[in-house]
Design a protein around this ligand. Structure first.
Ligand code: NOJ
Length: 517
């Protein structure tokens, strides 16, 4: 795959806390991941993206980073991380880590210094400290997790946090902040990390002092691009490293600006993830995505799930199959049988499209969202910040079922930090590995075929009717997905390489996809 390995890569997202526990404390860790690397190699992925693994009080699942150059002790040690990188490389798996530049933890030494140093100090310049206004916060910005975006400290000043109060925002006008992150990138590239997933990449630049000007006060400000140009120069000093942006923007033209040749290499395609199970909506998203990326020469990405969104099996089984952060549709009835059928077809669609594809742990097992977690166990700050109205994201973060007949299903020798439902015995890796019709077998086969015949490139659409998405790739592989209620005849072919459900001769049933040669 060479230096541009990421262009057509299949990237598996490891939510370390819930992947596999190596020491019995109930939390996933590096030891657990290292024990399971062969599982990932057998799955056929090219790279692993790990959510933040740094020392953290875990107020937001590790997105509150206390030290960017070390490993959270619950997860392991820096030496173990280095071993993991080496072992993964030996198996042909690249390692992508998460860097969180918008904010740190309130336990970060810089924030501690800023609190101690007091108003007007250089230490406070690295954050956004301001006096209040009319007895309240400096402005009316709201936190993305709910509630005000400002918290007052003992001396009366307020600091800005776009997310939880435990996540103070850095002031990216500060040269110290800029230099620090360039150095953090080098620190990890020097340790062999192959790529960086950039958290909340579009919100770094903000001016809380400015009068509202009609533009969004912190999302996608023009100044953010200068930051990524500097990051790209660092990445370019090393061979084969990739910068991946978490860029949620409704406007494709604005999104594209992050992928200019001297900025990020790729960014997540959230339009695809959020799109309902509807042929014309999906065709629209695919066409728009391809049209945005093609002139830039940047590969698109295809994402069906991650640690922030409702699992596809549950989402696709609902009456409303779209996803929206504002309205997670928690508890809306879901026909999981239908959801699985569609999630299987969606996987073949995502994997056949040109560019990179992401698989969030458990997606390959067809895990549903767990919507009935006891409220007392919920850890996502969204739950408390929303005044207990939004149940948040814990339901897609439940630890993986590996083996056996009862929780914690080989995940841990102790008690898993979130409970798994007993009926996940049907969904363990052990159970699925030997079942030809399982989701895991589908993913394995699809990823194997994808390595040879799919990935980077272009598509040629085939007109097979409004309810059908059909296209051919350079290798000659044709992907056909039937999103309509009626079965449709398959186009002429020699072989069916793979199908997401049983075919009826040469007829493709509803909510089914097939790969043909
Ligand atoms: C996006 C991450 O994916 C999410 O999990 C996190 O809560 C926010 N950024 C804040 O860091």
């Amino acid at each position: 795959m060479g230096e541009t390995w990421w262009r057509g890569a299949a990237i598996y997202q490891v939510y370390l806390r819930s992947f596999a526990d190596g020491n019995g404390d109930g939390f996933g860790d590096l030891a657990g991941l290292r024990n399971r690397l062969t599982y990932l190699a057998d799955l056929g992925i090219n790279a692993v993206w790990l959510n933040p693994w740094y020392p953290s009080p875990m107020s937001d699942g590790g997105y509150d980073v206390a030290d960017y150059r070390n490993i959270e002790p619950v997860f392991g040690t820096l030496a173990e991380a280095e071993k993991l990188i080496q072992e993964a490389h030996d198996l042909g798996i690249r390692i992508i880590i998460d860097v969180v530049p918008n904010h740190c933890s309130d336990h970060h030494v810089w924030f501690r210094e800023a609190l101690d140093a007091g108003p007007g100090s250089a230490a406070r310049e690295r954050f956004w400290f301001r006096p209040g206004r009319d007895g309240g916060p400096p402005n009316d910005w709201q936190s993305i997790f709910g509630g005000p975006a400002w918290t007052q400290v003992a001396d009366g000043e307020w600091y800005l946090h776009l997310f939880a109060p435990e996540q103070p925002d850095f002031n990216w006008n500060s040269p110290a902040v800029r230099d620090e992150f360039l150095d953090v990138l080098r620190f990890w590239f020097d340790r062999g990390v192959d790529g960086i997933r950039i958290d909340s990449a579009a919100v770094l630049i903000k001016d809380p002092d400015a009068e509202p000007d009609g533009d969004d006060p912190y999302t996608d400000r023009d100044g953010v691009h200068q930051i990524y140009r500097a990051w790209r120069q660092v990445a370019d000093d090393y061979a084969g490293r990739v910068l991946i942006g978490e860029v949620w923007l409704p406007d494709q033209a604005r999104f594209a600006r992050y992928l200019r040749p001297d900025e990020l290499h790729t960014a997540f395609n959230f339009d695809f993830l959020a799109c309902p199970w509807d042929a014309s909506a999906l065709r629209g998203v695919i066409d728009a995505t391809l049209a945005t990326h093609e002139p830039l020469g940047a590969p698109p990405t295809w994402v069906l799930s991650n640690h922030d969104v409702t699992r596809p099996v549950t989402r696709y089984g609902r009456a409303d199959t779209s996803f929206d952060h504002g309205d997670r549709k928690h508890g809306a009835p879901s026909d999981l049988g239908l959801g699985i059928r569609r999630a299987r077809a969606a996987a073949l669609l995502a994997m056949a499209l040109p560019g990179g594809v992401y698989v969030y742990q458990g997606e390959e097992l067809g895990l549903p969202e767990i919507e009935d977690l006891p409220d007392g166990l919920r850890q996502d700050p969204i739950w408390t910040r929303s005044g207990n109205t939004d149940r948040g994201r814990d339901g897609c973060r439940v630890p993986l079922p590996w083996s056996g007949e009862a929780p914690p299903f080989g995940y841990s020798s102790g008690r898993s930090w979130l409970p798994q439902p007993p009926n996940w015995r049907e969904l363990t890796v052990e159970r699925q590995e030997t079942a030809e019709s399982s989701m895991l077998s589908l993913y394995r086969t699809a990823l194997r075929i994808r390595r040879e015949k799919l990935g980077d490139g272009t598509v040629t659409w085939l007109p097979l009717g409004e309810q059908v998405l059909a296209f051919t790739r350079e290798s000659g592989l044709t992907c056909v997905v039937n999103l309509g209620p009626e079965p449709v005849p398959l186009p002429a072919h020699e072989t069916v390489l793979l199908a997401s459900g049983s075919l009826d001769g040469d007829v493709l049933p509803a909510d089914t996809a097939a790969w043909l040669l």
